[in-house]
Ligand binder design. Sequence first.
Ligand code: C2E
Ligand code: CA
Ligand code: CA
Length: 625
Amino acid sequence: MSPTVPFQSSSIASRLGTASIVAAGVALLIAVVTLTLLQYISLRHRLVADSRTEARIIADTVTSAVLFADRKTADETLQTMLNSEVVSHVAVMLPGGEIFAVAPATARQLPAHLEPGAHFSGSTLRIVEPITHEGVPLGHICIEKALAQMYSQIAIYAASCLAVCLGAFWLIAILIGRAKRAISDGEMKLQRLAHFDPVAQVWNRNAFSHYLKSKLDNATPDGWVAVLLFDLDNFKTINDNFGHHVGDELLRSVAVRLQAALQDHDLLFRLGGDEFSVILSECRDRASIGELAAGMVDRFVAPFYIEGQELFVTCSIGISIYPDDASDVNTIVRNADLAMYRAKLQGKNTYRAFSPEMNEQVKRRMLIESALRRALTRNEFTLHYQPQFKLESGELTGAEALLRWTSPELGTISPVEFIPIAEESGLIIGIGDWVLRAACVQIAGWLEHGFHPPTISINLSAKQLRQPGLAKSILDTVAQHGILPTMLELELTESMLMENLAETVSEFSALQAQGMRLSIDDFGTGYSSMAYLKRLPLDKIKIDRAFIKDLPHSHNDCRIVTAMIAMSHSLGLTVVAEGVERQDQADFLLNEGCDTVQGYLYGRPLYREAFEKLLKNEYRSPSIV
Ligand code: C2E
Ligand code: CA
Ligand code: CA
């Protein structure tokens, strides 16, 4: 795992660093320009003041020379002015504009009329001061000075300022550099905290969203990005049974295993709970992504050893690929999720790549869910009853109540399709309650009409099992309808029982104490653990259709079914074989001592009136149906 977050865009530190350097540079430059300008103004001001004083002194000195028209003395006086390097010309001019005296003597081209004051023109400064005697104007003194010296002084001043500022800039840059490193270190730590999952030690959901977005934003039209979503199939059971610290340790080990299957440029994320994701962005084709996913599923074959426990976990993977399946973050994730959901539905421990028809399935699922919400109030459900017969005598021993739903909008929908949707949406609680009440009403009705119905079994769902006080509420319902608990049987699957073994045992002991029977449905498809068979207050196991289907031709199935029957009998349990369709299956089961059968050979699930006919015919099988 690389210690740096690999997908941060522009960090605060680098933006702050650049901004500070630019700001400091601009501030120093403004300082240099301002100081130079001030210096220029001050020098110019001083030069003008000094020059005017000089001009006045000269004016005073040459007044008598002008009065007495003594050009020679005036020339000599002016000549002394030329000792100064900056003075280029100096002249005394009479009121009419005529030059009275000038130095150097070669300069005779001064303008005739000059306003008193200071006049700048490019590289020279001209000072004009009046010469007066007792208030009578005698002319002007005009001094011209070269500004080169002042300019060179300013240039030296500006250069010095610039040098000082560059030094300061260098110091500031060093300090900013240090601050930038400190901020950037802090930033890295924060980034890691915000993007890292401390439990599994991989990147988290935040990081996943950022990384995927940046990958999709930067993907070229012919480039591609694949998202693999992982969900552990039985993590919750492990967490519940072994505690959260084992669960956390397991997540870490899972991350290590997944990481080992990846290349350096593939990133692994934990999205939360038992969900992981991998983003692949190096060029591969669909087939090789499939191979990678298959390899990852295989990595879960070996058990995990956590705190001395040997744990088996499997995973389901959904794959969605940009640009084939989606072009934005939400769609690609939703499609990967759909594909993963599909992998779960198709038996878990496998992977599925997204295909457009999955969207159709989701639409149908949503239609079914919304229709299901109205089904109870619109009275759209009915119960059918599938008879169960004693194999030896053909006596009717029971019937399974199976739910049927005809929606006015969608038509008849199989429970195989709508029960899982009802379970996921939580609607199964209300529906399960309806089934229990409808079965009770029916039994009470049959009793009232003189029928002697056999035990009616109803299917419970995992969600119902998790309801607190289930046993009491079932017994109350039964009592409300004036029937006995012995007239009902409850069917549960193995995985449902495993989820909450301790509570299930206490709830069902209470039901059994009142004479209600409990059977394990679809036996053989779940954990088939002897441990819970012994602990639970069971009466029956129902061998799943999958094991009956190929009897008596499949030797394996023959051996399994024989062992299941023997094992159940040794625990004092009655055995029901489900889905018996042919006589050769029935013969085999009879031979192995199976107690009861249920299947199309003996009777399909029957609507109420048809089942009543069966009751009237005094419970004979299989010819009756
Ligand atoms: P399940 O409990 O295993 O019910 C037996 C299913 O096998 C029924 O399907 C029944 O019609 C079918 N079946 C019976 N004999 C044969 C046979 O010889 N061959 C074949 N191929 N199939 C046979 P159904 O009625 O479609 O019910 C499917 C599942 O829906 C049930 O499986 C059960 O898990 C669930 N379900 C049905 N009614 C309810 C209910 O009231 N509550 C709950 N929670 N689940 C229900
Ligand atoms: Ca059943
Ligand atoms: Ca079953």
